[in-house]
Design a protein around this ligand. Structure first.
Ligand SMILES: [Zn+2]
Ligand SMILES: [Zn+2]
Length: 232
């Protein structure tokens, strides 16, 4: 089956995302747009993941995820089979963040929001920093939890594997690679078959229409993960 996805969306937990990127607004917008599956991938954090998965229920598949910024300032999308595995990974990432406090007036709010869209807390440390794990160490931590790692927006001139490392790490070459929505020329090593784009939405209106499709056997998180793993 062919499913429509948007696997890179930021909630109000990411300081750079709008405060109205609440669990209800994201889930309802995705349903309105008739998407089959989404992933909310906040910067180095996942405190809103449980609320989003709960809200989506059986109406929408939510792949538990996070956008990590590695020591090399590479952005990678980390996806897991269930929220527990993501939360466990999130606990590790929390210990790898530099102890720099967020300044909401400059960077924006980092809101923790429940399934009723009530603000129940705020992350104190600045989430848009590089963590104390290399890309290889991050890959190991994701794989040890059965997760999948996708290099993010690799055509961008900053925060991508190409801009920071100059190459795609060997152990990621067989999986899917994310390009940005406005990518015109595919980077070296990329083909139409092993690349896809998501919205990287920081505003509600950025969430994709039915435009990025995945061919999978069954509509489930596991099948999406297997699809991301094996591109070729
Ligand atoms: Zn990014
Ligand atoms: Zn992003």
């Amino acid at each position: 089956m062919n499913i429509a996805v948007d696997l890179h969306i930021h909630s109000a937990l990411s300081p750079c995302a709008d405060d109205d990127m609440t669990p209800n607004n994201i889930v309802n917008m995705a349903i309105l747009k008739k998407l089959d599956a989404i992933a909310v991938t906040d910067h180095n954090s996942c405190d809103n993941a449980e609320a989003i998965v709960k809200l989506a229920g059986s109406q929408l598949i939510v792949v538990p995820g996070m956008e990590v910024e590695t020591k090399e300032e590479v952005h990678v999308l980390c996806y897991f089979e269930d929220v527990d595995k993501l939360l466990d990974f999130g606990e590790l990432i929390r210990t790898k963040l530099p102890s720099v406090a967020n300044i909401p007036q400059i960077f924006g709010n980092q809101l923790i929001i429940d399934e009723n869209d009530q603000i129940i807390g705020e992350r104190e440390e600045l989430l848009i920093s590089s963590i104390d794990l290399s890309i290889d160490q991050t890959i190991d931590e994701v794989y040890s939890r059965g997760g999948v790692l996708v290099p993010a927006h690799i055509d961008r001139s900053s925060y991508s594997v190409i801009s920071q490392l100059g190459f795609i790490p060997e152990n990621l070459k067989n999986g899917m690679i994310e390009i940005s929505r406005d990518c015109n020329i595919l980077p070296l090593g990329c083909t139409a078959q092993n690349t896809f784009y998501s919205s990287d939405a920081h505003h509600l209106w950025d969430i994709l229409e039915r435009e990025t499709f995945f061919r999978i056997d069954k509509l489930s998180v596991l099948c999406i993960l297997r699809g991301l793993e094996k591109a070729k």
